[in-house]
Design a protein around this ligand. Structure first.
Ligand code: PCA
Length: 215
């Protein structure tokens, strides 16, 4: 059976949960338009995260890979456009590593674009009442590291149709500990992932519309 690989992250920093993984976990094992959804939790660690991702791609040979992470403070589902070849960690990762200004991969290009139909995804999410936008920075921490590493891996795997990265906001429970911060309910995040997968499966060519960017 054809497969779609979804990844979410372990909690990091001072958080005790990470809704990127909570939402992926709900979908693990389900079927979406004839594709089996495989969900994998990545450690919030430089390098190890990419080893786990590479192994999952190798084992499952997915048609599409969608990696998700948390960006506390973001107001919506942020479909990331570009990954950059830099690690610049604001805080240590879960293994205590804090790389500053090192490349993700020595021999890689400066950046990679997502190969997901980003605009169609944002449009479909908004049509379904889910706040979303295209984002032009995935940061320089473990999420960008995984996004860059994913696209670097996919550049050598032509059988994988598309791949990319999406940031989700705080869950309401997390936001309660960060007064004033925006949040999104887990059920809406899960529905957003379902819509992103369906749109990716059924969009041969992305739509050409303004991103209507807010950040
Ligand atoms: N968010 C972090 C790393 C793991 C996660 O969920 C980031 O945005 O880099």
């Amino acid at each position: 059976m054809r497969k779609i690989l979804l990844t979410g992250f372990a909690p990091f920093g001072s958080e005790t949960s990470n809704p990127s993984w909570e939402a992926v976990r709900v979908l693990h094992g389900s079927l979406i338009d004839g594709h089996e959804i495989v969900g994998v939790e990545l450690p919030c660690e430089f390098n190890t995260s990419l080893d786990v991702l590479a192994q999952a791609i190798d084992v499952h040979k997915p048609d599409i890979v969608l990696c998700l992470g948390q960006a506390g403070g973001r107001t919506d589902i942020s479909v990331e456009r570009v990954a950059i070849n830099i690690n610049d960690a604001r805080i240590p990762d879960n293994a205590g590593q804090q790389p500053i200004d090192t490349p993700v991969t020595e021999e890689g290009p400066v950046g990679y674009f997502s190969t997901l139909p980003m605009k169609a995804i944002v449009q479909a999410l908004r049509d379904n009442g889910i706040p979303a936008s295209v984002s032009h920075t995935a940061g320089t921490y473990v999420c960008n590291h995984v996004f860059y590493g994913l696209m670097h891996q996919l550049s050598r795997l032509p059988h994988v149709r598309a791949g990319g990265f999406v940031h989700v906001p705080y869950s309401p429970q997390q936001a309660a500990a960060h007064p004033g911060a925006p949040s999104m309910a887990l059920g809406m995040m899960t529905e957003a992932i379902r819509i992103m997968i369906k749109t990716s499966l059924h969009t041969a060519k992305d739509v050409k519309v303004s991103a209507g960017i807010t950040h």
